[in-house]
Design a protein around this ligand. Sequence first.
Ligand code: NAI
Ligand code: MG
Length: 321
Amino acid sequence: MSEVIAVVPGDGIGREVTPVAADVLDAVGDFEFVHADAGDAVKESQGTPLPEETRETVVGADATLFGAAGDTAADVVLPLRAAIDSFVNVRPARTYPGVDAVQPETDLVFLRENSEGVYAGIESEIAAGVTTTTRVITREASERLAEFAVDYAPEGFTLAHKANVMRTTDGLFKEAVEGVADEHGVPTEPVLMDALAMHLTMNPEAYDVVVTPNLAGDVLSDLAAGLVGGLGLLPSANVGPDNGMFEPVHGTAPDIAGEGVANPAAAVLSAAMLLEFLGYDEDGRRVRAAVEGVLADGPRTPDLGGDATTEQVGDAILDRL
Ligand code: NAI
Ligand code: MG
């Protein structure tokens, strides 16, 4: 069977790196690609950053490759994650031979709650100059994340929380995740998320899988990107019950967009996660090995100290496949 892959490049360097990731999928698999638009440019032309047609394409596909959206990111990415009922954002952050890293021993995976927290979108200006946001933590979402985590990390995981201050919301998050882990006999190590930021910076090798509420996972995974050599290397998977959306952690990189020098590694590694999600583990492994080979031997884009273009790096990855 040939699965349907939706390809939504978005804006900025999303338009440069997503085609490389799609070419890689085309090279290793037998997929049917459906292209769709979202983001700032679409808002300009159609009045909405997320046309209903794009939403339907993503929901109807077996998996989606997404690039990045600019100012409209929250109006595109959050509704798309919700549309496929994505409850966890998987964000691996590891170092690669040949890539300079602040912390060469880093090999982490963040499992970030993907549907609520402070990204629930409930914000108001209750009076002039006074604004609020509602942080939503539910037992259902926390337990769903935990069920995924015990499966993903049966040997145990770190649990990032701030239940000493946000007693009700993170109190529930911590209790719910620990409850599921206990039921499955999976050990957890609860750590206050601010202290964890420091520990991850100084001793990332002491950590493996880190389960986090939504915002904390966003921040800590970008911190980890800094430890391993930059945002150009971090893929992610938005996993839902029967659909997934795969995207680099980075945004549209307006400072380099249009120059053709964005690092396609994060997008291609996201494609590798897509392959594994669909059950093509061996193909995912091959793609990852090709990226690792190119990172080790070059060519490299300027963010990694090289002078190659996105296209040259993409061709080098395809050559290895
Ligand atoms: P960014 O990730 O776009 O860029 C941060 C820095 O990392 C820049 O210096 C950029 O050049 C560099 N960088 C990122 N990806 C790279 C790559 N593949 N190769 C080489 N260098 C790379 O984050 P920033 O600047 O905070 O946001 C820019 C725009 O992207 C904003 O409009 C933001 O809303 C949007 N954004 C969208 C996301 C999404 O669609 N999921 C996620 C994050 C930001
Ligand atoms: Mg982010």
